[in-house]
Design a protein around this ligand. Structure first.
Ligand code: SF4
Length: 416
């Protein structure tokens, strides 16, 4: 009987140089006309043809188009169209960064049904880092990262002064680090606990050293869905308003979608359109992160784990619907390294970062590795057929990894 013996050689990616990505957010100049040429260079399946033509002429897709994209059986063509959009902007580049997640507390006054992270304050494993502990935790990673991502529960006592001190102490101690933190519901909670407006809250936090907001908490921007899966959280409009205010005071933000709970496909597409409309107004979103719910038996048992095909389809649809949000992230902490790599062929251009420490997705069931360094991230991108580019949080500094012998060489030999 024949056997396949696999021999592999691994090579380190050690060298990196500054990249020539000089355009805003790493985009290539004139990418729209490159995209039009690419789209016109081939024929498209019947259902995708009118959509491809709209994209080629710079028109945004509507709800009906989104439904066609979700229902098309032409999965490969869908992926190819999304990849064309991505490659026109960024060529073969794909981005990652060096970051760590520090969750300052898991104590939360809410109890969203999908959340595996939050604890009541009397729980045995409830915790709340004081500011010294927070700064000490950042110190453990400070030599290896340029971004700290800090989100947490809604602590019943921490108002604006606590977070001002937390971010100002951390930023003063580690000025090279960009602090990205606090989701929209945390901003709403801190504002109301401190009896100040959202604008004042954001301005004070920004002045204290908070550089940008992550996109978490968007879930599905439909209040009927939110009332079931995260009752008590900010409304859809409040999520958008908080991000709008951040953009108005000069803070970039990201945006997300948690899908696969109880929402309909139409609600997912409307979610994308609502984000796109805000982006048309403010241009403050840097990146969109679609991630599937990771179910277990206790949280939202009616939810279904999205298949790999559905995850890739959502990445591709996000790229096509969100024509004004530069970056589509395949969040490897959620979907794992293998799918994140594949997603780079379906329209994603970013796989997030090293992360190193993460609770929210891992408590929900993620097994994504936390020990990747820059070399491992670069290899992940390279193995997916793309050109690894290390970026900073706000996508205005880039370093390309030069791989002397980048590919893993695999020899296959037949043996008896
Ligand atoms: S998702 Fe956020 S707000 Fe909701 S329970 Fe979890 S920690 Fe609290």
């Amino acid at each position: 009987m024949s056997k396949l013996a696999v021999v592999s050689e691994k090579h380190d990616l050690k060298n990196h140089v500054h990249c020539d990505c000089s355009m805003a957010a790493g985009e290539r100049e004139g990418w729209q006309s490159v995209l039009a040429d690419k789209i016109h260079s081939r024929s498209w399946p019947r259902d995708l043809q009118p959509i491809a033509l709209k994209i080629a002429t710079g028109q945004s897709l509507d709800l009906e188009d989104g439904m066609v994209l979700f229902n098309t059986t032409e999965f490969n063509s869908l992926g190819e169209l999304a990849l064309m959009c991505k490659e026109s902007r960024y060529g073969n580049s794909a981005f990652f960064n060096l970051n760590v997640h520090i969750n300052q507390t898991n104590i939360c006054t809410l109890a969203c049904r999908f959340c595996a992270f939050r604890r009541g304050r009397r729980a045995a494993d409830a915790y709340a880092m004081d500011i010294d502990e927070y700064v000490a935790d950042v110190a453990k990673y400070a030599d290896h990262v340029d971004e700290v991502h800090s989100v947490g529960g809604l602590h019943p006592e921490w108002g604006i002064e606590h977070y001002e001190e937390m971010f100002s102490r951390a930023k003063q101690t580690f000025p090279h680090i960009h602090f990205k933190g606090l989701t929209a519901i945390e901003i709403k909670h801190i504002s109301s606990l401190s009896d100040i407006s959202v604008k004042e809250c954001l301005t004070r936090l920004h002045n204290a050293g908070l550089g940008s907001l992550p996109g978490g908490g968007a879930e599905i921007l439909d209040d009927d869905v939110r009332n079931i899966i995260c009752k008590g959280k900010e409304s859809s409009q409040e999520y958008l308003d908080i991000h709008r205010t951040a953009h108005q005071i000069g803070m970039p933000t990201n945006c997300t979608m948690l899908y696969g709970t109880i929402e309909t496909i139409e609600q997912r597409i409307v979610h994308l359109i609502r984000l796109r409309e805000l982006q048309n107004e403010t241009n403050g979103f840097q990146c969109f992160v679609p991630y599937p719910f990771l179910p277990d038996d206790s949280r939202l048992p009616e939810a279904q784990l999205a298949s790999g095909v559905e995850i890739l389809r959502m990445i591709a649809i996000s790229r096509l619907m969100l024509d004004n949000i530069p970056h589509i992230k395949a969040y490897r902490m959620n979907i794992g390294d293998y799918l994140a790599g594949l997603a780079l062929q379906f329209g994603a251009d970013d796989i997030d970062g090293t992360v190193q420490k993460e609770s929210i997705m891992h408590l929900a069931g993620s097994t994504a590795p936390l020990d990747h360094d820059a070399t491992a991230m670069a290899k992940l991108v390279e193995d997916a057929g793309a050109r690894p580019i290390q970026r900073n949080t706000v996508y205005d500094k880039f370093e390309e990894y030069i791989a002397p012998i980048p590919k893993r060489r695999v020899s296959l030999r037949m043996a008896e």
